[in-house]
Design a protein around this ligand. Structure first.
Ligand code: C2O
Ligand code: CU
Length: 554
């Protein structure tokens, strides 16, 4: 194990990620940000300097549990104060589990602005993964808007709300094509001209060069702001072996669904005709698409990369074929012999997700509370027992059992709040996420929920309203997969179990960035009295800063 040092500057840059010029966020001149590759047990030490001039920033290390370092979780107003322009913050934490992860901004909507990159943790040399592969690729998937994240943020917070719409482009490793198509020759429906890349263009796809009869591990992470994606490679099967940094029982598919916040590893065997090239495509699922597929090429090195594939790109499955989506998700079970959940839980909370109104504004709420983050970050304010920093009443553990999830809310109004769900240290917690009908008309959206500070076991997915006393009987307690992100399907419920064994304050929220911005999240806290000395830099705002001014800081 070693300490890896990084010196990063977060800045705005003018780039052409989809061939058109945009202002996007990057790190050290790179978009997406630099890829971190580390070994299990390493300590990452990232000095992050904010070069944004007029706004704060933080970076969250998505999937890293931050055991013993909750102040390094990179969540503004939760684990730390946003880093002011010109100032630096030192993230120092262990990477304790091999897997595919990523990092992203966690302040305002800076993820939509492009603040993200890959984080890969490998096994120490000499140790082998429980599957074989010859080489690997890394794909970071994202969506791109032509409106700025600031404009999006203001629109979402306006009355009436202005929705951000669908992304203009899908990006693979930060590259997409807005004004041309790689596959126009096949008469695709976008009516775009054929792209003519000479090479070296910023928006030219990064091609995957492979040798025949080899096995490749493809790491895939989705940091989309909104889009749920489906990824396929023509003519090739994918064997799914890892999900969110945990090994799963391998299964073979033609394509995978990947929701924002999820990561996977798939194995690809290059056993097809080596005198052809093949498409790798990503397309939108779960919402009515209005974005062309993201494309790149799988090139067998036996031939030139410029030879066109002989058939059109894979067709993305129908966006609203939810049974297909559920079938894929339910195939994910734990690898034989991996840790299984405790048979019972100590506490259960049921969280009803609804779209609501508040004085003309549109919000997302959980048990009728829409999250508004406090000025003083929770971690410091709980640790130092400050008063008046956030609502001292905890939000409700459940919702009225007669709530009709199949129709729009009878009372559409919500409240806002920033109270905390507090768990006993080492308590076994069940969270039942309940989906419902949207505000008006008929429909119910998919939401990928992400938990900070932990992995959870996914105990099951069900349709309709969760029935206490009945639905627990269907829980998977023998092959439950460990994950850090899980979706709730339209009109359905999802049951999760985790052990509250990591002292700190942790966000649990929808990973769709505009939904989080509209209040779709809750805050969990456990064992904060056991949290070690919080670095001063994480505390210099709000009422924790007052402690320093008064010289009363412990
Ligand atoms: Cu990747 Cu709180 O998010
Ligand atoms: Cu959502």
């Amino acid at each position: 194990a070693r300490v890896r040092h990084y010196n990063w500057n977060v800045e705005y840059m003018i780039r052409k990620p989809d061939c058109l010029e945009h202002v996007i966020m990057g790190i050290n001149g790179e978009f997406p940000g630099p890829t971190i590759r580390a070994e299990v047990g390493d300590i990452l030490h990232i000095k992050l300097t904010n070069k944004l001039d007029t706004e704060g920033t933080v970076i969250h290390w998505h999937g890293i549990r931050q055991i013993g370092t909750p102040w390094a979780d990179g969540t503004a107003a939760i684990s730390q104060c946003a880093i002011n322009p010109g100032e630096s913050f030192h993230y120092r934490f262990h990477v304790d589990k091999a897997g595919t992860y990523f990092y992203h901004g966690h302040y305002g909507m800076q993820r939509a602005a492009g603040l993200y990159g890959s984080l890969i943790v490998t096994l120490p040399k000499g140790q082998n993964e429980p599957f074989h592969y010859d080489a690997e690729f890394n794909l970071l998937l994202s969506d791109l808007w032509h409106t700025s994240s600031l404009q999006q943020q203001v629109g979402l917070s306006s009355a009436p709300m202005r929705w951000i719409g669908e992304p203009q482009s899908l990006l693979i490793n930060g590259r997409g094509q807005f004004n041309c198509s790689l596959a126009a020759k096949y008469g695709n429906t976008t009516l775009l001209p054929q792209c003519n890349f000479k090479g070296g263009e910023e928006c030219a796809p990064k091609i995957l060069h492979v040798e025949p009869n080899k096995t490749y591990r493809i790491r895939i992470a989705s940091t989309t702001s909104l889009a749920s994606l489906n990824l396929a490679i023509s003519n090739h099967k994918l064997i799914v072996v890892e999900a969110d940094g945990n090994y799963i029982h391998p299964f073979s598919v033609d394509d995978i669904d990947i929701y924002s916040g999820e990561t996977y590893s798939v194995l690809l065997t290059t056993d097809q005709n080596p005198n052809k090239n093949y498409w790798l495509s990503i397309g939108v699922r779960g919402r009515k698409p209005n974005t062309p597929q993201g494309l790149t090429i799988l090139n067998y090195k036996t031939i030139s990369a410029s030879v066109f594939p002989t058939s059109p790109p894979p067709i993305t499955p129908l966006w609203n074929d939810f049974n297909r989506s559920k079938a894929f998700t339910k195939q994910i079970i734990s690898k034989m012999g991996t840790p299984q959940p405790p048979k019972t839980s100590d506490r259960r909370i049921l969280l009803l997700n609804t779209q609501n109104k508040l004085e003309g504004f549109t919000k997302w709420a959980i048990n009728n509370v829409s999250l508004t983050l406090p000025i003083t970050p929770y971690l410091g304010s709980i640790k130092y027992k400050l008063n008046n920093t956030f609502d001292k009443t905890a939000p409700p553990d459940t919702f009225p059992m007669d709530y009709d999830i199949f129709n729009s809310p009878v009372n559409p109004n919500t409240t806002t709040g920033n109270g905390v769900y507090t768990f006993e240290l080492n308590e076994i917690v069940d969270v039942i996420l309940q989906n419902a009908n949207q505000l008006t008309g008929n429909g119910s959206e998919i939401h990928p929920y992400h938990l900070h500070g932990h992995d959870f076991w996914v105990l099951g997915y069900g349709d309709g309203k969760f029935e206490p006393g009945v639905d627990e009987k269907k829980f998977n307690l023998t092959r439950a997969p460990l994950r850090n992100t899980a979706v709730i399907f339209p009109y359905g419920w999802t049951a999760l179990r985790f052990k509250a064994d990591n002292p700190g304050v942790w966000a649990f929220h929808c990973h769709i960035e505009p939904h989080l911005h509209m209040g779709m999240g809750v805050i969990f806290a456990e064992g904060v009295h056991k949290v070690g000395t919080i670095p001063t830099d994480a505390l210099t705002c709000g009422l924790t800063a007052t402690l320093f001014l008064n010289g009363t800081h412990p």
